[in-house]
Design a protein around this ligand. Structure first.
Ligand code: FAD
Length: 475
């Protein structure tokens, strides 16, 4: 049966139920606004279904197996067997619980949920095409809209995700068997998290990267620690090489062909190729032009610090509005969008947004590096605490890495931190809070931290910057 076109109205229309959209919708409903959230695929977006959560589940599972099998130095002898099907089932269970939770939270907050694909008809009207063939559509008149349609993996010429042996991150997070040989194109954070995961699961991993190192935005000593550990896990790196094509190999597998800028060619034997070269915004099919919205030359929707597009009553949040393309940034933008719509004086005015890479060891960063602080005109003072001087790190068996804290020498205000080491993704939250609250090195150093914890290393780094560290030599 073809359902006819009906028209409904809403104060706030949110398009896309990822961490940007569902958070915007819930906060808008909490503000007392009549809110409608349209999702074409699955609640929770890329983050819950194909990104943050599934990757962290597999990182934990593979890490646990690897850890148990490599703890002879602690007197633990084990040879864990990984049932990949079961691990994927467990991961899917986690995803289902979370996505179900998002749906329930939306309903409990009074958000109207519509399943379908939204596109703009004009500045105040959207059409939602329901489900599949013959499911009909409806028109929604809105006072305000929030575009939160996210991003998708970039496909490169010659590597079609429709091919069975060519993976995007989504397939890499859903494979119930581990390939013997995995080629990874791209040494960014997604490529490196999955390189570590698959190396721990027993695959021979080869990473090809155009640049001359992994994890481009991070400092050299941070990258080196992660790269060295990956090499210890058996990951092979080929820098300065771009993937050009694949071909079938005589052994039943495939050859990954690469080329340097000088035209030098190489081939690597693989069973699967994961292409992880970045993500691009999802705006196709939205008919943004009908609402008067343009995208920049990379396809992102430009917004101001109140998340408004060029059309004041239409906001854009999350990956579709550009860097930082991180779930927590999307959610914060979602909250700001809802509050601005509700007439509150909200803005993206936080001092810094943290970022984490869940490699082995992890990276956590926030705010400015020493070089960035100098470039911004500060006279930075830096303190460090290596994890090999941390009692707690020693008791976990993971002592690689350090906490580095950067502050303004004159005022003592904390400006940033770079942490590489165990639980860096958790530890960075303390420095993010310090920056947001305008804390000084003295505040961090004077805060009594529980012993023995990894967090003591943050305190110790602050003490080190003040020339007062107890457990490491002062600079
Ligand atoms: P998305 O999560 O992409 O959600 C957009 C939603 O909009 C989707 O559900 C989509 O179906 C829907 N949609 C699109 N078009 C329409 C339409 N026309 N009508 C209706 N619905 C539509 N970030 C972190 O912070 N930490 C991590 O550890 C991390 N790990 C990651 C690991 C991987 C492998 C990947 C791929 C990403 C990871 N990210 C991580 C990034 C994170 O997933 C994204 O930054 C985040 O999901 C962006 O949220 P969003 O709401 O902008 O978009």
């Amino acid at each position: 049966m073809v359902v006819g076109d009906v028209t409904t109205g809403t104060e706030v229309l949110v398009i896309g139920a990822g961490p940007g959209g569902y958070v915007a919708a819930i906060r808008a409903a909490q503000e007392g606004l009549d809110t409608t959230l349209v999702e074409k695929d699955a609640y929770g977006g890329a983050c819950l279904n194909r990104g943050c959560i599934p990757s962290k589940a597999l990182i934990t599972g593979s890490g646990l197996a690897h850890e148990a099998g490599n703890a002879e130095f602690m007197g633990v002898h084990a040879d864990p067997a990984v049932d990949m099907g079961k691990m994927i089932e467990w991961k899917d269970g986690v995803v289902d619980r979370l996505t179900g939770g998002v749906e329930k939270l939306c309903k409990a907050n009074g958000v109207n949920l519509i399943e379908g694909t939204a596109s703009f008809v004009d500045e105040h009207t959207a059409r939602v095409a329901h489900g599949g063939e013959g499911q009909g559509s409806e028109s929604i008149e809105f006072e305000h809209a929030v575009v939160a349609t996210g991003s998708r993996p970039i496909q490169i010429p010659g590597f079609d995700f429709a091919e069975d042996h060519v993976w995007s991150s989504a397939e890499a997070l859903d494979a119930d068997t581990v390939p013997d040989r995995l080629g990874i194109v791209g040494g960014g954070y997604i490529g490196m998290e999955l390189a570590t995961t698959y190396a721990k699961l027993g695959a021979d991993v080869t990473v090809v990267e155009m640049l001359d190192d992994i994890l481009d935005p991070y400092e050299d000593d941070v990258k080196r620690i992660v790269r060295t550990r990956a090499e210890e896990l058996g990951v092979e790196f080929h820098f300065g090489e771009g993937a050009s094509e694949w071909s079938e190999a005589a052994d039943g597998g495939y050859l990954l062909h690469t080329e340097t800028e000088e035209g030098e060619e190489s081939t690597y034997g693989v069973d699967k190729v994961l292409v992880a070269v970045g993500r691009r915004p999802v705006t196709d099919g939205l008919d943004l032009g009908e609402a008067g919205i343009e995208t920049d030359d990379r396809g992102f929707i430009e917004t101001d610090d109140r998340t408004r597009t060029a059309v004041d009553h239409i906001h854009a949040v999350g990956d579709v509005s550009g860097e930082p393309m991180l779930a927590h940034a999307a959610s914060k933008e979602g909250i700001v969008a809802a509050e601005v719509i509700a007439g509150e004086p909200a803005a993206m005015d936080q001092q810094a947004i943290p970022a984490a890479v869940f490699t082995d060891p992890e990276i956590g960063t926030v705010g400015l590096t020493e070089a960035e602080a100098e470039a911004e005109g500060f006279d930075p003072v830096v303190g460090e605490m290596p994890f090999n001087a941390s009692g707690r790190a020693m008791t976990t068996g993971h002592t690689e890495g350090f906490v580095r804290i950067v502050a303004d020498d004159e005022t003592g205000f904390v400006l940033g931190a770079q942490i590489v080491g165990p639980e860096a993704s958790e530890l960075i939250a303390e420095v993010a809070l310090a920056i947001e609250m305008g804390a000084t090195l003295e505040d961090v150093a004077a805060t009594v931290h529980t012993h023995p914890t990894l967090a003591e290393a943050v305190m110790e780094a602050a003490e080190n910057a003040r020339g007062q560290a107890i457990h490491t030599l002062n600079r």
